[in-house]
Design a binder for this molecule. Sequence first.
Ligand code: GLV
Ligand code: MN
Ligand code: MN
Length: 416
Amino acid sequence: MSRVKENLIELGSLGRKDGARVESYEQLDTDKGLWRLEGNELSKASKDYLVETMEEAGLEIRFDRAGNIFGRKEGTDPGRKAVMSGSHLDSVKNGGQFDGPLGVIGALEAVRVINEEGFEHSRPIEVAVFVGEEGSAFERGLIGSEVLTGAISYDEVLNLANSDGELLKNVLGDYRGEFLMDLGGVEYFVELHPEQGPVLDTEGIPVGIVESITGLYWLRVVIEGEENHAGTTPMKMRKDALVKAAEIVSFVHEKALDMAEKTNGSFVATVGRLEVHPSATNIIPGRVELGIDIRDVNQGNIDVFKAAVTDKVAEVSRVPGMKAKAQVLVDKPPCLCSGEVIEAIERAVRELGLEARKMSSGAAHDAQNLAGKVKTAMIFVQSANGISHSPREWTSWEDVETGVNVLTRVIKDLSG
Ligand code: GLV
Ligand code: MN
Ligand code: MN
């Protein structure tokens, strides 16, 4: 266990601008989270460390054309389809050290334990590290698993631009290769992850067994009005893009509250990004960009909401001299997990004498892409105080150990 802790602390340190090693909740600093955006220097240093650590475990490393990393351990019957497990290394802006790395190091630890025990498994085991999960650099998440499942082509993904206009292929540089993973050779995918919500922590249950993963819909809305002098332009003659953006922010929040109340309660919508141009106190904002995130495990609810938001955006264009347009960045339906993998997790939990509950994931994961191609499920452990996508994200070392133990059993079970 101590090596899992060391790997996670070291990866956390490699993701922080000041390199701080954070070993306990009390050491968290809200201004000093992780900034391991895909392709940046911190991300490269983290990949170097990870690949070295995977090689030490005897894994055969391959970088695919999009920068996904795979580490393979052969089974006694290489003709059988593999068990794949892993997650991502990239973080959100000012994020925490467990979202992603827990699933990567968990899978790696399972391999180390299997090596040490000399456990015989007939299926190969693949440890997977997906590129660009968070969408924090490229305004589109889950890109590594999207390319793997064929939802996006290698060319398209490599030519995605980040907010500085740099292309993924350029920021990845040498951190990609020629390998192409064929999911036809993979039977199961299982991902260990912090819950990133309050349910397990509040209920005092150590393990969540994920039955379904949220649908995800991202919109970029651009509103154009007219930049003008804040002192000389009479109130009635303004075309203020920020005022219209504010109406959309309120609409999204109020409508989402209403939908959550009237439906299954899992519906959520957020305006998490707002860019005001030119953003000066004495200038009427001429252009505003909004990033809207809409989620539910029920696709029908997402459809109703997106139609309402689209109408609201269209209203802005009816104001003389103003324009608004919405662009869909992500449209991912909800997914159901595999009964077979869920049963394997249930067996592991039972054998370890742990309490567990079934649940759905409100966070997006590469697992939801994989689920369309291979039998997939996820294991959740507690997020302290339900906080995530924040520098205050934490999972206790006890919960880390629990999650890794469950994952190890599941991988042994499915590969044996
Ligand atoms: C990814 O973590 C997401 O749910 O946005
Ligand atoms: Mn994650
Ligand atoms: Mn995340």
